[in-house]
Design a protein around this ligand. Sequence first.
Ligand SMILES: [Fe+2]
Ligand SMILES: [Fe+2]
Length: 138
Amino acid sequence: MPKEKLFSWKKEYELGIKEIDAEHKNIIRIMNDLYFILEEKLDAKATEMVLKDLLQYSTYHFATEEKYFKKFHYADATKHIKHHHFFTKKIQQIYKKNQAGEKNVTFELIDFLEDWFLEHVILADKDYVECFNKHGLK
Ligand SMILES: [Fe+2]
Ligand SMILES: [Fe+2]
């Protein structure tokens, strides 16, 4: 039987912007990798690898969004970028804790992602859709 997934892509997450939706789907995939690690009680090394993946990928994803903020002169860019920084900082903190040998960081991380992803993608990212669409990005 295939492994149960904690996070799955939902229609309501869709922004209708192809490039961004694809990246958000990848973030969900990484979140599920973390969930798998938690479930299988894998070691700190495995957690570190996925955390690295998450940090790298989210940095890449934020750069995509921020590139369009600049290009389209998105009015709420500063506020939104703060949101991105908050996320990156939090993941870096958890990464350090994991390296320092702290247990159960995966649990803390999944908790955070669950809150953050919903808050961020459903609420914050939806705010720029109108602006991006207006500039022809769909
Ligand atoms: Fe996003
Ligand atoms: Fe964003």
